[in-house]
Design a protein around this ligand. Sequence first.
Ligand SMILES: NC(=O)c1ccc[n+]([C@@H]2O[C@H](COP(=O)([O-])OP(=O)(O)OC[C@H]3O[C@@H](n4cnc5c(N)ncnc54)[C@H](OP(=O)(O)O)[C@@H]3O)[C@@H](O)[C@H]2O)c1
Length: 278
Amino acid sequence: MDTLTLSNGKKMPCMVMSTNYMDYPLMKKVVTAGLKCGFRAFDTARDYGNEDVVGRVISECMRELHIPREEIFITTKIGNSQQALGNIEQQIEISLKNLRTEYVDLWLMHWPYPDHYVDTYKKMEKVYRTGKARAIGMANYRLRHFERLFGAGIEVTPHCVQYECHPMRTADEILSFCRSKDIAVQAYSPICRMIPEIRDNSLLKEIADKYHKTVAQVILRWHIQRGTVPVFKSVKPERLEENIDIFDFELTDDDVRAVSSLDQDYKYHLESASCPGY
Ligand SMILES: NC(=O)c1ccc[n+]([C@@H]2O[C@H](COP(=O)([O-])OP(=O)(O)OC[C@H]3O[C@@H](n4cnc5c(N)ncnc54)[C@H](OP(=O)(O)O)[C@@H]3O)[C@@H](O)[C@H]2O)c1
């Protein structure tokens, strides 16, 4: 698995597998299959309700497949209800206990929770300095949230930002902003759940046929070439193999532009009810 280097020198795999809404037997099957075909990065969040299952599964898989912790990259997130409590330094301890690890590789603020997100970030900076989070960042920020945060005198530039990004939502403004600040980007819902508008799109099908690849592979490859790290979900081992099989071809610049031309600022996921106006 190729890696990207974050602004603090830490390496992040260029593709991430999701673990959300899976119970233990399913996650064990999916994570085992993913590790066997080469994935090393996993996405979770406190609000997914199964952080402890992620911890159990990853620690078991590392032992059974003889993979050291340093090779694994774990992202988790602090949710709004935990932000509201204000005890951010204690929240990382809960995540570490759930995840059975001494550090997380990336700790994201899940949402720019109004009236809390600046304070939360400043406390996350303190946690970063302890080494319990090797990198920090946020998800679901708009430019105005970044402006407010940077205007509030933060000391640690976020290392990574996660947001919904796929051909129907290229979010170029946020990407340009992140590039200008040397902030890495994780793209969630990277294949837009393969909704019919994506799955049956004639342009995507044409490009896929040209390279003898699937539409999902073309989109994942498009992410790699734009430098956005896809955070995808699949519970099917055969699809994990399909999704990682994207390093033996390269889209032309014209193909990259053609895929990007599908942008219509379409968002699959609704805004968080506790972040009005997001
Ligand atoms: N930070 C946030 O607020 C936030 C919000 C939303 C999502 N996320 C993260 O991003 C992850 C992925 O997002 P997502 O699940 O919304 O979208 P996604 O990864 O774009 O789509 C997942 C869907 O695509 C299918 N799929 C996967 N590979 C496929 C392939 N090669 N061909 C056809 N279908 C394929 C999966 O079905 P099968 O399982 O049947 O293969 C699943 O139904 C989440 O699980 C979560 O970890 C974060």
